[in-house]
Structures are given as C-alpha cells and as structure tokens.
Design a protein around this ligand. Sequence first.
Ligand SMILES: Cc1cc2nc3c(=O)[nH]c(=O)nc-3n(C[C@H](O)[C@H](O)[C@H](O)COP(=O)(O)OP(=O)(O)OC[C@H]3O[C@@H](n4cnc5c(N)ncnc54)[C@H](O)[C@@H]3O)c2cc1C
Length: 462
Amino acid sequence: MPRRRLVVVGAGITGLTAAFEWRLRRPDDEIVVLEAGGRIGGKLHRIDLAGHWYDTGPEAMLARVPEAVQLVERLGLGDRLVRPATTQASVVLPDGRYPLPAGTVLGVPASAEGLAGVLTPAGVARVAAEADLPPLRPEGDVAVGVLLRERLGDEVVDRLVEPLLGGVYAGRADELSLAATIPQLATHLAGAGSVLDAAAAARDAGARSRFDADAPVFVTVSDGIGSLPAALVAAARADVRLHTPAHRLTRTSDGFEVSIGPAAAPEILGADAVVVTAPAPKAARLLAGVAPGAVAPLEGIPYASSAVVAMAFPAQDVAAGSGLLVPPVTGRLVKGVTVSSSKWPHLAQGSGPGEHLLVRSSVGRFRDEAELQRDDDDLAAAVVADVADLLGLSRPEPVATRVVRWGGGLPQYLVGHRDRVAAVRAAVAAVPGLAVAGAAYEGVGVPACIRDAGRAVEQLLS
Ligand SMILES: Cc1cc2nc3c(=O)[nH]c(=O)nc-3n(C[C@H](O)[C@H](O)[C@H](O)COP(=O)(O)OP(=O)(O)OC[C@H]3O[C@@H](n4cnc5c(N)ncnc54)[C@H](O)[C@@H]3O)c2cc1C
C-alpha cells in the first residue's frame, strides 16, 4: 500500500485516539495532528495539586462503555486503572442533604419507593400517581425535563434529574434531548407506556448487559486521566503540531488541502484522509467548503462554559462520601463537589501533617454563566467558602487552589440532537476520505469519544 498522510484536526482524546487507531492499522503512514492550542489533551488536563496528579477535566470514566478501559489496557497502562473507594454521593437541597437513591436511570426513578426524603411526601405521591395517567405514546424527541415534569412532577426534575444530568452536560434538563442524553430510557418508553416502567426496563437491561457484576461503574487513572494524551502520542508516533489551527478544508483530485497556521499567513498541507475532531462551531467553519450540508446542523449544537476549582485543604474528616450534587434550586454558587481523597484510594488522605483533603468543585452551566465573569482569585475564594460550608470543614483554609476554565467546554445535546448528528454524518459520508468524531456527536464522555474515534477510523479505512 502506498504511504498516505492522515491529518487529524484536534489533539483531544478523540483526535489522539484516531491517530493511535490509524497507526495500528497503517504502521507506515504519516500522521499529522493539528492542535490550535498550546498543549495536547483538549479537555483532558491534570495539574500538580499539593504534590498529587489531579485531573481538572474528566476525573472518572464510565467503565460500562468499555472503550476507555480497553484503550488504557491497550496502551499497556492497565495497572494504573483505579476503581473508586466509594460512589455514594448525596444531593444538597434547600431542606437538607440526602443520599442519592439507588436504582435510578440518571436520576429517573423506576418506582416511588426509596424516594422519601429526597422528594417531599407530595413529590413521592406525584411520582406514584403516574400509574393513573393515560399510557405514554412518545412522538419524536422531547426535552427530558418537559416529559418528566408532565409524568412525574417537578420535584423529580429539580431535585434528582437536574443535578445528575445537569452535572454531566453542565446543561438544563428542560432543554436536553431525551433521545440523546438518556437513550436507554427513550428506547423503552414506547413499549413500556410509562416513565416508571421504562426506567425499570432500562435499569434491568443495563444490569443484564454487565457481564461482570463486580465490575466498577467508574474508573480513573492513578496518575490522572490527563496522563493519557502523552501515552497516546507516543504510541501513535504522530507528528503533533501545537499552535497550528486548521482553518479550511478543500478537496483536490486525490485528497484534501488543509489551510493551517496563522490566519494572516496560512500554509497548505496536503492530506489523503482527514478526521475533524474540533468542537462543532470550529468543525462547521472547517467543513463549509467540502461538506456544506454539515454546517447548519453543526451550528445548531451550542456549548456550555464552566470552571473547575481544585482545592487542597489540610487533612480532616468529612462525611460526604464521593461528593455532593448541588442543583440550582439551592441557589448555591457551586453545582457539585467531588471529594477526590474520599472517592479515589490513590488520592486518599492520611492523618499526618502534609496530608491533604483534595476536593474539586464546578461552577457555571448552560445559559447560567454570569459567575464565570469573576476573576480567578474572587471565584476561588467564593467557591472555597461555599465548599467549606457544604462540607462543614473544621480547617477551611486551603493550602492550594487552582481555577481551570472551560469556555465552551461541553456540547449541549438539545432536542433534535440526533437528527442534527445524522445530517452531519450524512453530509460527511458523501465525501470520501473525510470523517468527523468527538464529543459533539454521540456522547460527551471520554469512553464515547474514544468509541467515536475508532468508528471514524474504521469508516475511513473500510
Ligand atoms: C470540566 C469537564 C469535566 C468533565 N468530566 C468528565 C468526566 O468526569 N468523565 C467523562 O467521561 N467526561 C468528562 N468530560 C467530558 C470529556 O472530557 C470531553 O467531552 C472530551 O474530553 C472531549 O474530547 P474531544 O477530543 O472530543 O474534544 P476536545 O477535548 O475539545 O479536543 C478538541 C481539540 O481540538 C482543538 N481545536 C479546536 N479547533 C481547532 C482547529 N481549528 N484546528 C486545530 N485544533 C483545533 C482544541 O483546541 C482541542 O484541543 C468533562 C468535560 C469537562 C469540560
């Protein structure tokens, strides 16, 4: 086979996985990864926090979608996979703090049992009353919150689903697509006739599909998920060009020309195949010349901005399990608190001097980003105060804090998202040698991005 050149746009987990997968199949090809920013990894990012490798982007990977665990193992790093010491989280509500009930599907309950406390008696009764409603006949996509408010009442949305779903997407349950964000529930709705029965069916199907009941739901990597990008670059033997944005793609008789580098003085790079993993607005601009049908649907995918504040406090006891979910009904600044040194054994605090309680907290969500206007010091101080109060810290002075901002960090899968993705995929599939992949399409989680990268490479090489 002649030596070919693959150009990957974006050095996040999707782009680097695409480079790695390509290398395994085409050992002699040239692989160029273009990255607009000054570092590899995209949303994967680790810092040194009080002497620990600490993730400030993704900090846990769903193990049920196996691609992330498999990738770490294929990189020879399987011994670095860590399972959580605890996954018991609580939700903070205006009237108290309650353990998250077991057996929900992203907060959607399968029955009214076990909801007392986290829902008021009236809220529990409203859930049970779904049995009295006419059977559900779903027609097309719907916002998660809109459907659930109608069927199960407002409390299920405001007190359970919003904190869980909103936590994943930094989004709003009243706008997020059911089909795209809780597909396992959407699949069972038509047959089940009620949300409760559909949630039960989805939960049972999920339990059946887990071949190992002891397998953890989440894993992390002992030196940080943020350590994976460097391992991928090494394994892919890719030519990674930092500070090198791709601006435009054009077709040639036998491939593509990619316009790269400073906008004022762009260079042209030839390519036999291109994988675009840049976020949707950037992808729209890149594809305008080669797949114009993809532009409008890509522009219909907005992004939420947020900030993560990483904090190290002196060692002290906290009783918050793996962390707290803090929904908007509380009026609090933070939307979640992860107690990393309780959640992950490799970050566990000892009791001696120099030992630390490691915590991260996030601020900001879709259409609610005003607090992100604060400068770093102001934001960190406000978050530390909120976290100290929520955790009841006896030693609330942090020894280290770090603010990491994620402007346009998480795509919003709004109602109709799957149709938008289908339109993008169709427009791109009509162009031989071109693929798109990444968080904008079929899952924002790291495992879903890894899966999408593998799919893109298969598509290009088949
Ligand atoms: C704060 C936060 C916490 C998260 N927590 C979790 C978690 O715990 N678990 C989980 O599974 N997922 C989590 N996620 C989601 C997950 O991290 C991301 O969805 C995923 O990493 C996105 O990977 P990607 O490669 O598709 O995109 P990105 O990481 O965004 O990479 C795209 C890259 O393309 C580059 N780029 C853009 N335009 C151009 C251009 N024109 N030319 C060249 N390069 C360009 C960008 O600079 C970027 O580096 C979290 C996300 C955030 C923001």
